[in-house]
Design a protein around this ligand. Structure first.
Ligand code: NDP
Ligand code: MG
Length: 387
C-alpha cells in the first residue's frame, strides 16, 4: 500500500508545487490554496504553453520557481523553459508537496523525482501510476515519499480506510458517473461526435479526461490506479455506475460493513484532502452537503459490452507487464486523434484493442522497457489509425 499516515499538519506553512497549474485541477488547486494561505504557500508553478494564465498566477501567488515546457511568443526571462522544469519543480528544497496535475505520461519523471526526494505527491496524474505502477511504487519506498490520490474515487477510498489495516478490506467499489453515453445504444455510440463526448453530465474537466469518461477508459485507469495505490488484487476492485456522482466510492470490510464517502461533485475537497491527509482543515469554499437536494442516489451495473475501452483496460491491468503501459499510451494517442477530429468515437476501442493485441506481451520490468512500450503503442496507433 502506497498511501500511509501523513506527516500531520504543523504550524509551518508547507510549500506546494503545482505541475499543470493552468489546467482544470491546477486552477482548482489554486482556488483552494488561496483560501489556505495560513497553512500552505505556493512554491512552484508549471504549465505546458499557456503563458498568459501562468503569468496571472505568478503575479498573484509569487512562487519562487516558474516553469513552462514550451515557451510561447512572449519570453519571460525569470522562467525555466523546457521539459526539465517539471523535475526541477518537483525536487526543490522549498517544496514539501508536489501536486502533479499534468495530463498524460508527460508527468512520469516529475512523479519519480518527487518521490525520490521524499516528497508527498498529491497525484491527479493517474496516467503516471497506470503506465509505470511498479516503478512508481518502488520509487516511493526507496525515496521515502508518499502518494496521496487526488482522484475523487481514490480520495474517497483513502478517507474510508484511513487508520484501518489493509487486511480488513474485503473489496472496494469505485463509482462511475457513466459519462454522457451512459444509456446510448450501440448505433448511437457509433455515431457519437466530439461535441457529444465533451458534454460530461456531472464533472467539468480537461478534454482528455472528459473523453476518457465518455469511453469509460477513465474507469479502467482508475481500477489500475486503485490496484497500485492500495495494493489490492483486481478481483477485489469493482465498479458501479452512479449517475449523480455524489457517492465517490465504497469500501467493504471483512465483517460486511460498508463505508462510503459522499459530497457534491467538486474536485475542491479531494484536492484539499490530498494536501492535508490525514488531517482536516476547514475550507469555507467546499460546497455544503444537502442529502435531500442531492437525492435520489441510484446505482447501475457497468455496460462493459458497450464500452470496450473499459474491459480492455481492466484486462490489461490484470495481465500486468507492459500491458497497462500499452493501454495507457494507446489510449492517449487515440484520444489525441479523436480530439483532432481525425478518427471517430467508435474507432477508439478498436485502436486500443489492436495495440494491446500487437504489443501487450512486451516486458514492463524497467524504466527503459516501459518507455519503449509506451513509444511502440503510440507509433502503432499513429501508423494504423492516423489518416
Ligand atoms: P487539463 O488538460 O485541464 O490540464 C492539464 C495541465 O497540464 C495544464 O496545466 C497543461 O498546461 C499541462 N500540460 C499538458 N500537457 C503537458 C505536458 N506535455 N507537459 C507538461 N505539462 C503539460 O487536465 P485536467 O486538469 O483535467 O487533468 C489533469 C490530470 O488530473 C489528468 O491526469 C486527469 O486524468 C486527472 N484528473 C482530473 C480531474 C478533473 O476534474 N479535471 C479529476 C481527476 C483526475 P497548458 O494549460 O499550458 O496546456
Ligand atoms: Mg475520478
Amino acid at each position: 500500500m502506497v498511501v500511509d499516515v501523513g506527516a500531520g499538519m504543523t504550524n509551518a506553512r508547507r510549500g506546494v508545487a503545482i505541475l499543470g497549474s493552468t489546467g482544470s485541477i491546477g486552477t482548482t488547486a489554486l482556488r483552494v490554496l488561496d483560501r489556505q494561505r495560513d497553512h500552505f504557500r505556493v512554491a512552484a508553478l508549471t504549465a505546458f504553453n499557456n503563458a498568459a494564465l501562468l503569468g496571472e498566477q505568478v503575479a498573484k501567488f509569487q512562487p519562487s520557481f516558474v516553469g513552462i515546457v514550451q515557451n510561447g511568443a512572449e519570453p519571460h526571462d525569470a522562467w525555466n523553459v523546457g521539459t526539465a522544469c517539471l523535475v526541477e519543480a518537483a525536487s526543490r528544497d522549498d517544496v514539501d508537496i508536489v501536486l502533479n496535475a499534468i495530463v498524460g505520461s508527460a508527468g512520469l519523471d516529475a512523479t519519480l523525482a518527487a518521490l525520490a526526494a521524499g516528497k508527498r505527491v498529491a497525484l491527479a496524474n493517474k496516467e503516471t501510476l497506470v503506465m509505470a505502477g511498479e516503478l512508481v511504487t518502488a520509487a516511493c519506498v526507496a525515496g521515502g515519499g508518499e502518494i496521496v490520490p487526488v482522484d475523487s474515487e481514490h480520495s474517497a477510498i483513502l478517507q474510508c480506510i484511513a487508520g484501518r489495516r489493509g487486511v480488513d478490506v474485503r473489496r472496494v467499489i469505485i463509482t462511475a458517473s457513466g459519462g454522457p453515453f451512459r444509456d446510448w445504444t450501440s448505433d448511437q455510440l457509433a455515431a457519437a461526435t466530439l461535441d457529444d463526448a465533451l458534454r460530461h453530465p456531472t464533472w467539468r474537466m480537461g478534454r482528455k479526461i472528459t473523453v476518457d469518461s465518455a469511453t469509460l477508459a477513465n474507469k479502467a485507469l482508475e481500477v489500475i490506479e486503485a490496484h497500485f495505490l492500495f495494493g489490492l488484487p483486481y478481483d477485489r476492485i469493482e465498479v458501479v455506475v452512479h449517475p449523480q456522482s455524489v457517492v465517490h466510492s465504497f469500501v467493504e470490510f471483512v465483517d460486511g460493513s460498508v463505508l462510503a464517502q459522499l459530497g457534491v461533485p467538486s474536485m475542491e475537497l479531494p484536492v484539499l484532502y490530498a494536501l492535508t491527509h490525514p488531517d482536516r482543515i476547514s475550507d469555507t469554499g467546499v460546497p455544503h452537503f444537502d442529502p435531500v437536494a442531492l437525492s435520489p442516489l441510484t446505482f447501475e451495473p457497468v455496460r462493459a459490452d458497450q464500452f470496450s475501452a473499459f474491459s480492455l483496460g481492466i484486462a490489461a491491468g490484470r495481465k500486468g507487464g507492459a500491458a497497462p503501459t500499452i493501454f495507457n499510451a494507446a489510449n492517449e494517442a487515440v484520444v489525441a486523434l479523436f480530439l483532432d477530429a481525425r478518427i471517430r468515437f467508435g474507432d477508439i476501442g478498436g485502436a486500443i484493442g489492436g495495440a494491446l493485441d500487437a504489443l501487450g506481451d512486451l516486458p514492463g520490468d524497467s524504466r527503459e522497457n516501459i518507455l519503449a512500450a509506451d513509444a511502440a503503442a503510440r507509433r502503432f496507433v499513429q501508423e494504423r489509425f492516423a489518416c
